[in-house]
Design a protein around this ligand. Structure first.
Ligand SMILES: Nc1ncnc2c1ncn2[C@@H]1O[C@H](COP(=O)(O)OP(=O)(O)O)[C@@H](O)[C@H]1O
Ligand SMILES: N[C@@H](CCC(=O)OP(=O)(O)O)C(=O)O
Length: 369
């Protein structure tokens, strides 16, 4: 069995575990998962859930005999989402927090920043974020489309180090075991390439969306960014007892590099910067020597036009100090530069946080002196 360690995980739970009979929410499989979540939090780890099941849970409340139309599915989702959230909440004495997203929300920089800030705040306050696609507003073109990929995007926004996909099967097999009884479990995957995709078949039940293919897509997105990805069988309670001790009874997709390195490489090499934030010597010192976030009090000038969430250079007397993602637009930064953090909300009428650039969203490029 493979072993892992982790600090912040996104746990994705498929419809077949939430509403196993395709009728309503059930505690049958969630008890072990909920216990694992509670144990992990007690160990000081952070957990975000991506939960499917709104359509499956609402299905019986929109009784039809024909194939459901989009509007009928959306009605099922609207009813089922409430039941699914209530079902989760009864396992915990800390608050569950509902986050409904569409692909559009993840593409839009400002909304992306807001999602990230909300997740940070929820984790800070000990709540359990529970994410699902906003099925009632999203038509196909605006959808991520399946919760495996949604969970991968959530892991990226949340800067998780681990994605755990809980399915109705033990992991990735050499072929769909429902069709090929000779298929064997693959415990470790070091690289997601065409040969791995070739193993994947479609969904195993009428409840699932995407089957193994979307799980491999999720693993590819995550491992590229340093996030290890697991596929485990959410129907087997002992899987979670093992996981609580760091042992994986399932498949592990190993990351190509660690999270911090992948993020630094992405910030440094991939992102196109839209402007420059000039900072004073004190702020430069705080960033480079103390690993601090950039506060508005250290900002002396702003050039270029950028939106909240865009990448910018951070310079001190022309020297390039760092690259990072600004939490404020260039316009708003021009207003709050030099201000104390506590005055941001009063001045702008809103706040994206007390810092201009969060430490986690910054790659330092100047050598420490
Ligand atoms: N190579 C494979 N290894 C394991 N399962 C596979 C493979 N190819 C296809 N599958 C199917 O994928 C199913 C899991 O995906 P899905 O039905 O979408 O469930 P979920 O609701 O967990 O997302 C399995 O039950 C299995 O039938
Ligand atoms: N957003 C949908 C789930 C879509 C989905 O990907 O389902 P699944 O394959 O069971 O994880 C719902 O809540 O019904």
């Amino acid at each position: 069995m493979n072993t892992i360690s982790w600090q912040r995980a996104v746990i994705k739970i498929g419809s077949a575990l939430i509403a196993p009979d395709g009728a309503q929410c059930s505690a049958r499989y969630l008890l072990s998962i909920a216990r694992f979540i509670t144990t992990s939090r007690a160990q000081g780890k952070q957990v975000i859930v991506v939960s499917s099941g709104s359509v499956a849970a609402g299905r019986s409340k929109v009784p039809i005999t024909h194939t459901a139309s989009i509007a009928e599915k959306q009605a099922m989702a609207a009813i089922g989402q409430m039941q699914m959230m209530a079902n989760w909440q009864r396992f915990f004495d800390f608050p569950c927090a509902q986050i409904l997203l569409t692909a559009e929300d993840l593409r839009d920089r400002t909304r992306y920043v807001n999602i990230q800030n909300t997740l940070r705040e929820l984790l800070k306050h000990g709540a359990l974020p529970i994410v699902n696609e906003n099925d009632t507003v999203a038509v196909n073109e605006l959808k991520v489309g399946d919760n495996d990929n949604l969970a991968a995007y959530t892991a990226l926004v949340a800067q998780a180090d681990t994605l755990i996909i809980c399915s109705d099967i033990d992991g990735l097999y050499t072929a769909d075991p429902r069709k090929d009884p000779t298929a064997t479990l693959i415990e470790q995957i070091d690289q997601v390439d065409a040969s791995v995709y070739a193993l994947a078949g479609g969904a195993g039940s009428a409840l699932g969306t995407g089957g193994m293919r979307t799980k491999i897509e999720a693993a590819e997105k995550c491992t590229r960014s340093g996030i290890q990805t697991l596929i485990v069988n959410g129907r087997r309670g002992e899987v979670f007892d093992a996981l609580a001790e760091g042992r994986v009874d399932g498949s592990v997709f190993n990351p190509s590099q660690n999270v911090a390195k992948a993020r630094t490489a992405w910030l440094t090499h991939t992102l196109k910067t839209r402007g420059v934030i000039a900072i004073d010597e004190g702020a430069a010192q705080a960033l480079v020597a103390r690993g601090a976030s950039l506060l508005p009090s250290g900002v002396v000038a702003v050039t270029g036009t950028f939106a909240a969430g865009d990448a910018v250079e951070i310079r001190c007397q022309q020297q390039l100090i760092a690259k990072g993602l600004s939490l404020y637009s260039s316009n708003d930064l021009l207003t709050i530069k030099g201000f104390k953090s506590k005055d941001i909300a009063g001045t702008l009428g809103y706040s994206n946080g007390e810092m201009v650039i969060h430490r986690d969203d910054m790659a330092i490029l100047a050598p420490a002196s």
